[in-house]
Ligand binder design. Structure first.
Ligand SMILES: Cc1cc2nc3c(=O)[nH]c(=O)nc-3n(C[C@H](O)[C@H](O)[C@H](O)COP(=O)(O)OP(=O)(O)OC[C@H]3O[C@@H](n4cnc5c(N)ncnc54)[C@H](O)[C@@H]3O)c2cc1C
Length: 377
């Protein structure tokens, strides 16, 4: 694109801040409207696989992510007692590390700082209240009273995307999978130097992920009723009740949880926008377009890939609509493949009936998927 653009990013999460950084570094004028009052996300960790780290290098924050997190190379599959069954070295994309665990608040700080340093403006406690796309630009009013005209508006506003609702009404609502993820940060056990994944039949899966030298997070996938909510007084006990079949490191991790407020509970839902991800100059990206189950730990990785590929498409094409078309053509197959395989893995792990198509996908498996995903995005 010959000219510099004015871009409004709706949502300052992982994808939105990555896009803001990538575009502001190219000289575009970027504002982020973020509903929350500050950037700190809930205090659990996240896995950055190699493809996500590759994007972090592209926007200049790889070293910051590694410094704030815990770099790792091997995925260990263990039995419920923690005895290793397989150690699977993880592949690299280019020459970046295979993986990094990082506390979500630390990642939000790294990305927020990068976006602002690159010249993006972040408006907190702000959301779109009015939007009109007349074909040559988008007039937007925000809840903080400000208004402006933008060449492009990108909805990186998460699985519940209000911008998606604005474009498509209630056509795409997140679908609950029947499973939930419990997560809590605990002191890192010295032997946990990479992700350790244990399954207890189809009943539960537990993951230990180092996120700093001193901490790791315990994540557990368990079947839960859609309306279930943990008891704020005893969430840690409810988590322990669900994981009685685990001993060894998972039990040790559980024993370290004393405060129910430390336990973060998330239902696992999915949404796929099968209509175009952009209407005119308004686009949906990341979870807003293709939120998936976290079974491959690739949701945020797909969001940051969406962001960098959008920046590259804007570099390469002559106008915004052409760039959005090129971007979507490049992103849709890979993001939907991750989503479909994540859903199939969830069903396989939990004993849900898989379709013939899912059985075919499952031949790739989680270790195979890592190799596919270090291929260029
Ligand atoms: C339990 C669990 C574990 C996961 N683990 C991993 C993992 O290990 N690795 C991985 O790669 N992915 C993981 N994911 C997926 C990952 O968290 C998401 O895919 C990723 O956060 C999506 O990024 P995003 O920018 O699209 O959306 P988000 O990060 O959700 O950001 C959306 C932003 O939009 C803001 N927003 C919402 N509404 C409005 C509004 N009306 N106006 C303005 N702003 C708004 C929100 O406040 C938020 O800041 C996991 C997900 C879950 C549920």
């Amino acid at each position: 694109m010959a000219s510099l653009l004015r871009v409004l990013v709706h949502g300052g999460g992982i994808g939105g801040l990555t896009l803001a950084t990538a575009l502001a570094r190219r000289g575009h004028t970027v504002e982020v409207a973020e509903l929350r009052g500050e950037l700190e996300a809930l205090g659990v960790g996240i896995i950055q696989p190699s493809n996500a780290l590759y994007v972090m290098r592209e926007i200049g924050v790889l070293e910051d992510c590694l410094a704030a997190g815990f770099e790792w190379e091997v995925l260990t599959v263990a039995d419920p007692a923690g005895t290793p069954l397989a150690r699977i070295p993880q592949p690299r994309m280019g020459d970046v590390p295979p993986g990094n665990g990082i506390p979500r608040p630390a990642l939000a700080r790294v990305l927020g700082t990068a976006a602002v340093t690159a010249g993006a403006k972040i408006r907190f406690s702000a959301t779109i209240t009015d939007l009109t796309d007349d074909g040559s630009g988008v007039d937007v009013t925000l809840s903080d009273g400000s208004s402006g005209r933008w060449d492009l508006v990108v909805g990186f506003d998460g699985i519940g995307s209000p911008l998606r609702t604005r474009l498509y009404g209630d056509r795409y609502t997140p679908e609950y999978t029947g499973f939930a993820n419990w997560r809590v940060t605990v002191p890192r056990l010295p032997d946990v130097r990479g992700v350790v994944m244990s399954t207890a039949g189809h009943e539960a899966k537990a993951l230990l992920t180092p996120i700093t030298d001193r901490t790791m997070y315990l994540g557990a996938v368990v079947a839960e009723a859609e309306d279930f909510r943990p008891d704020p007084e005893r969430a840690h006990e409810q988590l322990a009740e669900r994981l009685t079949m685990f001993s060894g490191p998972v039990a040790e991790a559980l024993a370290a949880v004393a405060d129910p407020a430390d336990v973060v509970y998330s239902r696992i839902s999915q949404v796929t926008v099968d209509a175009p991800w952009h209407v005119g100059r308004v686009a949906l990206a990341g979870d807003a377009a293709h939120a998936s189950a976290p079974q491959l730990a690739q949701g945020a990785a797909m969001a940051v890939e969406d962001a960098i590929v959008l920046a590259e498409s804007l570099d390469a094409e002559t106008d915004v609509p052409a760039a959005l078309t090129a971007w979507e053509e490049r992103r849709r197959p890979r993001a939907l493949w991750v989503q479909a395989l994540s859903r199939a893995v969830l069903k396989q792990e939990t004993g849900g009936g898989t379709t013939a198509e899912e059985d075919e996908l499952l031949k790739t498996g989680v270790p195979g998927a890592a190799h596919v995903l270090v291929e260029p995005y």
